[in-house]
Every structure is written in C-alpha cells, then in structure tokens.
Design a protein around this ligand. Structure first.
Ligand code: SAH
Length: 247
C-alpha cells in the first residue's frame, strides 16, 4: 500500500480524482490511500493566515514555512524535519526536477509513501524545500497558478504503474515512453468505423496477420518529442497517411 498525502489550499481540486479510475481502483483494492489536507487549517490566528509578504519586497505572497511544518507535524505525529527521513516529500514548483516517465516509475517503486506540497501565489518560503522536503518536482516549463494540477498529474502517473491498476497489464508494457517501446511514443490506434471522411484504417491492421501488425506497430512508434535534442514539436497527425508502412 502506498499512501499519498497532498497538502493544498484547494482540497476541492481532488474530489473528482479519487473517484476516477485508475486512482479509485487503486484505493478500493488497497494499493493506494489518498489523504488531502487543507493548509488553511494550520494558518495563524486570527484569520488562518498561511502566507506573508516576501522579505526584500516585491509583489505576491509567500507561504510560510512554520505553517507547513505545523501541518506536517499534525498529520504525521513527528517533528516536521523528520517526515522526509521515511517518506518522499516533494514541493511542486516550476523549477523542480522535470517530471517524466522515469521519475513517475521511480516514485512508484520507491517503497516510501509520497507527500506532495502544493503552492499558491508566489509559492513556498525556500526553507520548505530546504528543511522539510526531499526535493521539488516540475510538470513542465510554464507557470501554473497552483500546485494542484501538478499533483494530480504526479499521482495519476505514479498510480498507473501499480500492477493491475490498468486492468490489462499488457497495456502498460507497450505504453508511450516505456521500455517495451524503447522510450518511444506509442503507435497510433484505430477502431470502428473502418473508413471515416475518406480516411481508411491502415490495411495491415485488418489483415489478421499478427506478425505484420507487430512490424507495423514497431515501425510506427515514434521518437519522444520530449527527448533532449528532439526537433521540437510532434508532427501533426494527418490521419495516418504519412505514417511509415512496414513491408
Ligand atoms: N513565483 C513562482 C511561481 C509560483 S506559481 C516562480 O516564478 O517560480 C504557484 C505555485 O504553482 C507554485 O508554488 C507551485 O506549487 C505551482 N506550480 C506552478 N507551475 C508549476 C509547474 N510547472 N510544475 C509544478 N508546480 C507548479
């Protein structure tokens, strides 16, 4: 069982998420437990203040380290600086470690529970990461208004690696970025109807020739657009007519 603890000022952001597959399945099978904590509850009197103006001046508000520490201590029942000794504790931050297939797998296999700290406004006081966290995670080179969307992405990608979480384990072996596809992006899929707006499903897929289908799929997996040195944007999918045809 892997336990996820998410600290946020927007706990509502996670309501639908725990009811959707694969997270709901992981929870009901006992593989995962998700606990969402409202940082506001640990804010300072009189108005549950969680943030303050930045030292040195400038716009925005910074979430206080003492508030985060109080939340961690209350939830885990130990000194806030010790929580990371037995758990993976990550701040969501635009400048964190890029979240990719490898990191999602690493977190899934770590054997430690995962704690995610979602910022808002200007983010956390720097001492949150330095003293209380294992590190920080970024879901991409852009700035969101809060860490909630990032936390949803992280938890969902981690849970998808749990054995049985997808119902069909085969769908995991040949997923985009997996070893089964040598880190490449999955080949295209088609279903009925066989022809739509003049575009037909590639003939090999309806041939019944499994070896040929496997060859076609290998030939039509493409390099990850996220790889360093990749040319940039993925090609526009024009309906498959520009795909390689395996002989
Ligand atoms: N002032 C910060 C941005 C704060 S954005 C800066 O310039 O770096 C507010 C919060 O949104 C952050 O604390 C973080 O938790 C979250 N966030 C924003 N973009 C993110 C990203 N790309 N990945 C992960 N978290 C992000």
């Amino acid at each position: 069982m892997k336990r996820f603890d998410i600290f946020t000022l927007v706990p509502e952001a996670f309501a639908w998420f725990v009811d959707q597959h694969p997270v709901s399945t992981a929870i009901s099978s006992g593989a995962a437990a998700i606990h969402v904590h409202n940082l506001r509850e640990y804010g300072l009197p009189p108005h549950h203040e969680v943030d303050d103006t930045p030292y040195g001046g400038g716009p925005g508000m910074v979430t206080r380290v003492d508030v985060v520490a109080a939340a961690l201590e209350d939830v885990f029942g130990e000194s806030a600086t010790r929580v990371r000794e037995t758990r993976d504790v990550y701040v969501l931050a635009p400048g964190g470690r890029p979240f990719d297939h490898d990191l999602s797998l690493e977190l899934s296999l770590s054997g430690r529970d995962l704690v995610l700290l979602c910022g808002r406004f200007e983010g956390f006081d720097a001492r949150v990461e330095a003293l209380l966290a294992t590190g920080s995670i970024s879901i991409g080179p852009y700035v969101l208004a809060g860490g909630e969307v990032a936390a949803l992405a992280v938890v969902e990608a981690v849970v998808r690696h749990f054995p049985g979480s997808l119902g069909n384990t085969d769908s995991m072996l040949e997923e985009s970025f997996s070893e089964g596809l040598q880190g490449m992006v999955e080949y295209p899929h088609y279903t009925r109807p066989r022809e739509f707006a003049g575009v037909e499903v590639p003939a090999v897929l309806v041939s019944g020739d499994h070896a040929a289908i496997t060859r076609w799929r290998r030939a039509n997996a493409r390099p990850s657009p996220w790889e360093r040195g990749a040319s940039g944007h993925p090609p526009t999918n024009t309906g498959g007519s520009d795909r390689n045809e395996a002989k």
